[in-house]
Design a protein around this ligand. Structure first.
Ligand SMILES: [Zn+2]
Ligand SMILES: [Zn+2]
Length: 134
């Protein structure tokens, strides 16, 4: 399996995942918008047991967004790294941290009902008002 690497802006944190995402999509919820500072968040999801830190795990800060969901970011540079779904056992990797190119691309939009009012979706990918949440 081809492995993908990713890192935060300051480079202290490096991660590795197989090029084997279960899904890849764009989330337009207001919480992703806050957390990433971007119009929407592109994420790829895979089983948490496929996720590995290569270095810098001690620089990871965890924000418990809810009992179900943890958000991870770099305590040095603030880069948003991933969300972790505790019950579902999934890591949703922020695609922006990848340093290598995955073989899949985001192919759906979720939470379009709460998308940024200034952003227009201009592709043909499937849109969901809310979930599906895994
Ligand atoms: Zn960093
Ligand atoms: Zn979201």
């Amino acid at each position: 399996m081809n492995m993908l690497t990713g890192s935060c802006l300051c480079g202290k944190i490096e991660i590795e995942v197989p090029d084997d995402f279960d899904y890849m999509g764009n989330c337009h919820c207001s919480q992703c918008r806050k957390f990433t500072g971007s119009d929407y968040s592109s994420v790829g999801g895979l089983s948490s047991d496929k996720f590995r830190f290569k270095s810098g795990e001690q620089y990871v800060s965890i924000y418990a967004k809810s009992p179900e969901t943890e958000l991870a970011f770099c305590k040095c540079c603030g880069s948003s790294l991933f969300s972790r779904k505790l019950a579902g056992g999934k890591h949703n990797i922020r695609l922006g941290i990848l340093d290598s190119t995955p073989s899949h691309q985001p192919n759906f939009h979720i939470f379009v009902a709460s998308k940024a009012p200034w952003f227009d979706i201009n592709d043909e990918h499937k849109q969901f008002e809310k979930g599906p949440e895994k």
